[in-house]
Design a protein around this ligand. Sequence first.
Ligand code: GLV
Ligand code: GLV
Length: 339
Amino acid sequence: MTGDTQSRERWPVLVTRRLPQPALDAIDERCDMELWEGPPEAIPRDELLKRIGGKAGAVTLLTEKVDAEFFDAAGPQLRIVANYAVGFDNIDVEESTRRGVMATNTPDVLTDTTADLAWALLMAAARRIGEGDRLLRGRKGWIWGPEMMLGQDVHHKVLGIVGFGRIGQAVARRASGFGMQVVYFDLFRPPPEVERHVGAEYRVFDDLLREADFISIHVALTPETRHLFGTGQFRAMKPTAVLVNSSRGPVIDEAALAEALRSGEIFAAGLDVFEKEPEVHPALLELENATVIPHLGSATVDTRIAMGTLAAENLIAALEGRKPTTLLNPEAWERTRGG
Ligand code: GLV
Ligand code: GLV
């Protein structure tokens, strides 16, 4: 250790789960890091509230609720909560701003990786990949047949994107290789040149439901998007439709989806996220036409390192008095500067 690093301030910070090593190294270099390593794997609420006390910063995961109780437990010296996720529905950003605490997320670095995953789910659900894998592993006899395990064509069909942000647009761009027509719905319409560049046309939500052969969800979880998909929406969709969700589980009414899949109201679903994560609705687990995977949207080696590096940079920037690059509440930053 050089004299310089010795004399520099080292901030007490909490990291709630083991991150890829480069991120931990970067944090460790500038901070006194308390790392929750379990068991259990996810830090229990009481441990979180105990350990956040007196910290200047924290790296949190989507499994940790950052709310008034959290800020009370932390104390007034807390300056930054760096979320290791693009979604930040686990953070009460308004409360964070009220407390003058900066909050950051990890956008951009996971856009393409999550778009790839949405496509993997779309293809798997359309072509019954999980079901086929289970069939072979069941070690029962099988023989090629003209009507065996028929799925839905993907190419030249209509892809409906719900939530046309970075990830939704990246999913849309991938559709051109399949010769698909792309329609989208979002409350915020991007400028026409974005629509042209991506090759997607706007539809009101109800029209998209009726028109699309595939629907991929890319909205943030908010009070407005909770149960955006329920019985009425499944009824409006085609019986051949495939629904994909790699955003947040509560956007779908899971019991209603299970019923729609069971009764053939829609053809299949590919789900990366769940309403009561980590629990999966038991009815979905019984359905061959539900492809379910454990929240793997951003789960690649490179992307998880990039997310960790970005979260660490945000944390350290805030502690050093620099503006974090992916700040969710610039008001909290202005407040810091105002003294
Ligand atoms: C993961 O779901 C994320 O929001 O990054
Ligand atoms: C996620 O943040 C997105 O913009 O899609």
